[in-house]
Write a protein that binds this ligand. Structure first.
Ligand code: ME8
Length: 644
């Protein structure tokens, strides 16, 4: 077995709908780890995929008027498109509907059954007859079915159980012998205390109430529980149990499963026990990240607050999103996706720190040395501070990535970038350029800067997918100087190559304008998604609904907002008081269309500034894909009439 091999996985995402920014986190994070190890000479296998079975998906397919297979094919094409846009360098994409996967699940389930680890019993729970679904007490909403709101009844169905309890001691020992089996520590303690310490429970591993899944090999009336199906992807993708197990032999045990915190229990308990029962080694590590939240809530499909990652990448480029996520690293606690922080981070780190360093260095080399990187002279103490940082940068990044600390590696790289900017202030190359006798010193300073940029850029290839190539192109960096082997120490001999000014590597963003765009896009995508996700929608109580104050108002004036082709600034009369409301409806209505119209307004929304205009409320619209209509009462009502 080759020493330098690395196997990293993401979760396989439910093929029940689109992915949102929260989902992208684990995948971008795993991608950075994979890219880094590849550049560092490892033989890497980076796996991602799709989880395609289960009742939820069957239901969604039926609603869309498609067969489950046609439905998941469509969703998976969407996943692959997002990963392409984000530059995800996966080596293999596994689908749980792949034949190789199904065969592997059958093999494992049969093995467990043959070992006597699976027994027939019955599953007892609360059953919703119309939905044909069992729920636990905690899943009910006001004591009723969370899907259709109807009453549930106690029921039972025959099902097979996996004797997980038998493996409690094994699991305890695994946790004891491998303190880093599940990280972070806080998550490990939580899982250990709540689910392992007092004994692991047996698990119901088959269902008979739906059939969109893998049939249990020992009893085909039963379908294998989605988690037993899904977890096996990590070895089915390696050909475990097939004619060719070479990938399995080479890459198992997995170096790290990167997952979100909500699925830690499945990975840290069910997965190692399945493997043990099948006679397979456990993975080396499970890395459980926190959630990305938006406005205080976990970004999720069911909460309809997902922001479309494709829209973000199309607008700002994949590197903007990748940088923002990776800078946070393996988030252990939840972190907010705050639009203003996102925009400010991009401006300050990519545009100012890195972008300015590159453009200033190139401009000075162009002005003073005919656009050719000059040969350095003797390095002095000022240079040595920066050179020392560069000399330890590669090793620091390797150490950080051994623990998946992409955040620490990014910090080290950007510390060098920031120090290089400071170094320009210290060495004052513009003063050196004035006299012929200091030109030699100027050459050393500019060379040191060019070499610093090169080393940082080589490392950045692990994290960003567009910017490094732009920088290499500007410096005409040959392929052999883009490798990790070329950056293990500061090199004083990379002079003589041309530089080219060209465009800025990252354009400066107008924060106010972009914030307005992001706020508007997120509310629009929220509305669109609400229609698509109505099955999963969370129910709210009447008290929660009462918090939203809705009233009828008349639009008495409306005008286009300058340089914002989506926005109308409306004056709306409610209870004799005029208020200004900016709406993103200009593509559907002209000011003349809306003046005099009665509309429904959310009156107690916190005012926000859009394009410098204070907007006090929201005019409700019906949205259907590209179509949009103002919502109006069907007969004329008194202004201020309550909508309830
Ligand atoms: O759980 N922030 O699939 P999934 C960060 N099919 N991570 C988030 C997130 C957010 N806002 N929302 C979701 C499944 N995630 C299973 C996995 S693996 C054998 C089977 C993460 O599509 C979530 O924590 O519901 C999970 O790790 C991943 O996205 C997939 O979620």
């Amino acid at each position: 077995m080759s020493e330098k091999r690395y196997y990293v996985t993401t979760p396989i995402y439910y093929a029940s709908g689109d992915l949102h920014v929260g989902h992208c986190f684990s995948t971008v994070f795993a991608d950075a780890c994979a890219r880094f190890k590849r550049l560092d000479g490892y033989d890497v296998l980076f796996l991602t995929g799709s989880d395609e079975h289960g009742m939820k998906i069957a239901k969604k397919a039926a609603e869309a008027g498609l067969t489950p297979q046609a439905f998941v094919d469509k969703t998976v094409a969407g996943f692959k498109n997002i990963w392409k846009i984000l530059g995800i360098s996966y080596d293999k994409f596994i689908r749980t509907t792949d034949e190789e996967h199904i065969a592997c699940v059958n093999k494992i389930m049969q093995k467990l059954y043959d070992n006597g680890d699976i027994y027939l019993d019955k599953y007892e729970g609360l059953y919703c007859v119309p939905c044909e679904t069992f729920f636990t007490e905690g899943q009910l909403v006001n004591g009723n079915c969370p899907d259709c709101g109807r009453s549930v009844e106690k029921a039972s169905e025959p099902c097979y159980f996996f004797r997980m309890s038998k493996y409690t001691d094994y699991l305890k020992q695994l946790f004891k012998d491998n303190p880093n089996f599940l990280v972070p520590e806080s998550r490990k303690n939580e899982i250990y205390t709540n689910f392992i310490k007092d004994g692991v429970q047996d698990l119901c591993v088959t269902r008979t109430s739906f059939d969109w899944g893998i049939k249990a090999p020992f009893d085909p009336k039963h379908v294998v529980y989605v988690w037993c199906d899904a977890l096996v992807n990590y070895i089915s993708a390696l050909g475990y149990g097939s004619k060719d197990e070479s990938l399995f032999e080479k890459f198992w045990p997995c170096d790290v499963h990167i997952i979100g915190r909500d699925i830690s229990r499945f990975h840290a308990i069910i997965w190692p026990i399945i493997l043990r029962a099948a006679g397979i080694e456990p993975p080396k590590q499970i890395h459980s990240t926190g959630f990305i939240t938006l406005k205080g809530d976990k970004i999720s499909k069911s909460k309809s607050n997902g922001f479309d990652p494709v829209a973000l990448c199309n607008k700002y480029g994949a590197d903007a999103l990748r940088y923002y996520m990776l800078k946070e690293g393996p988030i252990y606690n939840d972190i907010p996706f705050a639009f203003d922080v996102f925009l400010k981070t991009i401006n300050s780190d990519l545009c100012n720190d890195l972008g300015n360093l590159v453009s200033r260095t190139i401009a000075m080399i162009t002005q003073n040395f005919g656009a050719v990187v000059p040969q350095p002279n003797e390095f002095n103490d000022d240079d040595k501070v920066l050179i020392d940082m560069i000399n330890s940068l590669y090793t620091n990044c390797v150490t950080a990535l051994n623990e998946q600390r992409v955040d620490m590696a990014m910090k080290d790289i950007f510390d060098c970038v920031r120090y290089a900017n400071k170094y320009i202030d210290i060495t004052e190359p513009w003063v050196l350029a004035k006299k012929e006798e200091t030109k030699g010193r100027l050459a050393t300073v500019l060379y040191t800067l060019a070499e610093t940029i090169r080393v940082c850029t080589v490392l950045l290839q692990a994290f960003l997918v567009e910017i490094p190539n732009k920088i290499f192109d500007k410096f005409e960096t040959p392929a052999n100087l883009r490798t990790f082997d070329s950056i293990k120490a500061f090199n004083a001999n990379n002079y003589g190559h041309s530089v080219e000014k060209g465009e800025a590597i990252f354009p400066r963003l107008d924060i106010e304008k972009e914030l307005e765009y992001l706020n508007l896009e997120s509310t629009t995508s929220k509305k669109v998604e609400k229609v698509e996700e109505k099955v999963e929608e969370e129910l709210i109580t009447i008290d929660e609904f009462d918090k939203v104050k809705l009233a009828v108002g008349t639009i008495v004036n409306s005008e286009k907002v300058e340089k914002a082709d989506k926005l109308l600034k409306n004056t709306v009369l409610i209870n004799g008081v005029e208020r200004t409301i900016v709406s993103g409806i200009a593509k559907h209505y002209s000011p003349e269309d809306v003046i005099g119209k009665q509309v429904v307004v959310v009156t107690n929304l916190k005012p926000v500034k859009l394009r410098g205009i204070l907007s006090e409320g929201m005019i409700l619209c019906a949205v259907d894909g590209e179509e949009l209509s103002l919502v109006s009462p069907i007969k004329n009502m008194k202004d201020g009439s309550q909508v309830c």
